[in-house]
Design a protein around this ligand. Sequence first.
Ligand code: IPE
Ligand code: IPE
Ligand code: MG
Length: 254
Amino acid sequence: MHESHIDQGSSVPQHVAIIMDGNGRWAEAQGMSRVEGHKKGAKRVRDVISWASEAGVKQVSLYAFSTENWKRPKLEVTALMTLLATLLPLEIPSMRKQGVRLLTLGDISRLPWAARKALKKTKEATAHHDVIDVILCLNYGGQQEIIEGVKAFCNSFQNEIEKENALESLNEESFRSYLWRDDILPVDLLIRTGGERRISNFHLWDAAYAELYFTEQLWPAYTQEDFQEALNDYMRRERRFGKTSEQIREAKAS
Ligand code: IPE
Ligand code: IPE
Ligand code: MG
């Protein structure tokens, strides 16, 4: 499994995950409301999808709403859900043109009806597209995903013998199939805008070997140059997965 990652060392990351942070601070700095910041942030979502596609990235996952974000003021939560419900379906024609398939990650059953409806419509309209996957992470939490994975694993055996066999053969790769990552490639590059240096419960399983990239830039002000700089930084890194640098060079040469 690890062998397949090594080749990517200096090539374009296949899966780029983005923690789109800083909408509120950007808006406050402009004397606008936080909701205005989220609106501006939504525009950057459109942009980053085309920049990623242009660069040859295969999957982009976007942290749009964490399991912890329910703790925000009710008005802000409602505004975020309304933005999702109203703006997402408008993107279908451009997603069609660009070959974007929409996927979601997280428990979307808890989202308001209008948001779920917009997601269903957009997922259905884009299901056959195959240029790039956009994975909207909504009501997503990495710890919750792992807990649900443990539950699914425990529900997968009927008796003691099956349980023993399942436990015996459980490893990182097989456990992955109990997570919510069926169609999702391992995260190669995880970008966080907005200056904080934390993962905030995003992609915990894949954080194990994702390359991390933090930038001060606030999400609404994020540019194609910023994105390209993150890709360039990634491509300069050597992904060793525990091996030595010499081993990696030898594997590349052969
Ligand atoms: C990220 O921006 C967007 C969401 C969490 C939905 P924030 O709203 O967290 O912006 P800051 O961190 O307050 O600036
Ligand atoms: C992380 O941003 C979640 C999203 C970008 C959706 P937050 O702004 O909610 O993260 P914390 O709470 O500062 O860690
Ligand atoms: Mg924030």
